[in-house]
Design a protein around this ligand. Structure first.
Ligand code: AMP
Ligand code: MG
Length: 491
């Protein structure tokens, strides 16, 4: 059966197209979701469904069956995508081992998004895995991705989590679950690595053309479209990672298969936000050497982009040396691009509206003082103008007092009143982030079947720049918690 499009809404409001399935077949495999015993809904993202133009009453009346894979919408064409990836530096052939793409839904505003079931059973790429997922990790992805969206960070979205009615066996048995994930696409750096590794230049070219027309149509008529694609991906990754750094987000597993070509945050496994600021912060249990520590993220982004550039080499020039030279020139721009995005964000966090050469030092000096005093990253920025709420040891440090004097002088040299500067800071420094201890608390309740605290947390995370009524959302767990806090991959 060939994929056919249905661009008028079906009974659930889905309008599926399947442009990816028209690419060479080596890039994907047909796959069908597993039939589960007794699926039930855990959480549904009604606002997202509305934006997508879905018919919530009809989906509900069906028992949410399209979110558990028990009913395949009429025009869906389920596939698993092939990809490869460098995992902690080592190259592996991977692919969707526990995810199935139903198709590309066309929203009422003509946006094309992938709709994917994650945890939907084995696929041809499952290797020794069971293709399943546990409730905790799927709810964690739901919560983190929705928090990122509200903060303004490009991200995949979460439409629903269902229990499968079965148990999955991990370190401890847990309830099986599926997540319906919505993404601009699931094309990864690792998808290009796969297309390059199979040594079929026509496949690589088809993938590059496809990516340009789907995501970077502004470069379609560029005389060197593949170089322009490399430059565009470098730019979107630099911009994304600067946003992570601006909010204290640690992805935790920045393998090349977990890097979206569009610059969305994808694959929320062991991710976490830092509390006390330290660039060395790592929470992932398997990241023993701190490869993906908070402060290493910009560098690892560059490493991943270098792998992307390598995979594109056959398209960049006829001659390999020329291709390497072109790729190197493009990659050389990354650090400046990243630094500019980061500094732009830091200026806003500091309430600065214009640029002065010393701004970089001003931002870096504050961060150094925050390391020294283990100051909370989120709250220090938020409360910078109200010294009374800052860490006591920070405020009494003469170096900080000197820094504050320089900062206030800097503020006075820009064409904004103090009130306007503070408003700028408040619009760029959140009050609420998904604090580790609260994430764990709501997941523990959810595992016991109590979703009330999860819903309450999600609601607070929707408006991260406003002060919540309940003050428990405003700080970390305090001394000791983060030192022993561990997050886990792919569970
Ligand atoms: P992740 O760590 O989630 O990015 O996954 C890395 C790779 O392992 C991907 O190719 C996943 O599809 C695959 N994978 C992770 N968990 C499972 C599982 N339970 N069954 C099959 N494949 C899996
Ligand atoms: Mg992954």
């Amino acid at each position: 059966m060939n994929p056919s499009s249905n661009l008028t809404p079906d009974k659930y409001g889905f309008c599926f197209d399947h442009s990816y399935s028209k690419l060479p077949e080596v890039l994907f495999s047909r796959a069908n979701p597993k039939q589960f015993n007794n699926p039930s809904l855990v959480i549904f993202n009604a606002p997202l469904a509305k934006t997508l133009g879905l018919n919530t009453p009809a989906i509900k009346a069906s028992g949410w069956a399209c979110f558990s894979g028990q009913e395949i919408p009429a025009a869906a064409y389920p596939i698993a995508q092939a990809y490869a990836g460098h995992q902690f530096g080592g190259f592996n052939n991977l692919g969707d081992g526990r995810a199935i793409l139903l198709g590309e839904h066309i929203s009422p505003n003509a946006t094309r998004v992938d709709v994917q079931l994650k945890g939907s059973g084995p696929t041809p790429y499952s290797r020794s895995g069971d293709g399943l997922a546990g409730l905790g990790p799927m709810l964690r992805e739901y919560l983190m991705s929705e928090a990122m969206q509200a903060l303004g960070v490009p991200t995949t979205r979460s439409l629903a989590v269902m229990l499968t009615g079965e148990v999955v066996y991990r370190a401890q048995p847990q309830s099986g679950a599926l997540l319906t994930r919505v993404a601009a696409s699931h094309i990864r750096v690792g998808t290009f690595q796969y297309a390059s590794a199979i040594n079929q230049v026509d496949v690589l070219k088809a993938l590059a053309e496809y990516t340009i027309s789907r995501h970077y149509s502004n470069i379609k008529n560029n005389p060197s479209p593949y170089v322009a694609l490399l430059d565009a991906v470098i730019d979107s990754q630099a911009s994304l990672i600067a946003k992570w750094m601006q909010f204290g987000f640690i992805h935790g597993v920045m393998n090349t298969d977990n890097m979206s070509i569009v610059g969305e945050t994808i694959d929320y496994g062991p991710c976490a936000f830092l509390n006390a600021y330290s660039p060395n912060t790592v929470f992932s249990s398997i990241d023993q050497n701190g490869r993906y520590a908070f402060g290493n993220q910009p560098k690892m982004g560059e490493w991943n982009l270098t792998r992307f550039a390598e995979s594109l080499l056959p398209l960049l020039a006829e001659n390999r040396e020329d291709a390497i030279r072109i790729a190197t020139d493009s990659l050389n721009a990354y650090q400046t691009k990243y630094r500019d995005y980061w500094l732009d964000a830091m200026r806003k966090k500091l309430g600065l509206v214009n640029a002065e050469p010393s701004d970089l030092t001003l931002a870096e000096d504050l961060l150094m003082l925050m390391v020294k005093h283990q100051a909370d990253f989120t709250n220090t920025f938020r409360q910078l103008n109200t010294t009374s709420q800052l860490e006591k040891s920070l405020v009494s440090d003469v170096s900080f007092q000197h820094w504050q004097k320089l900062w206030k002088e800097r503020l006075s040299r820009q064409p904004l009143s103090m009130e306007q500067s503070v408003a700028l800071m408040h619009a760029n420094n959140p009050q609420v982030i998904p604090r580790n201890h609260l994430v764990e608390e709501v997941l523990e309740f959810a595992a016991q079947g109590n979703m009330a605290s999860f819903h309450a947390f999600i609601e607070v995370l929707q408006t991260p720049y406003s002060k919540p009524i309940n003050e428990k959302y405003l700080s970390g767990a305090g001394a000791g918690f983060d030192e022993s806090y561990q997050t886990f991959c792919g569970t």
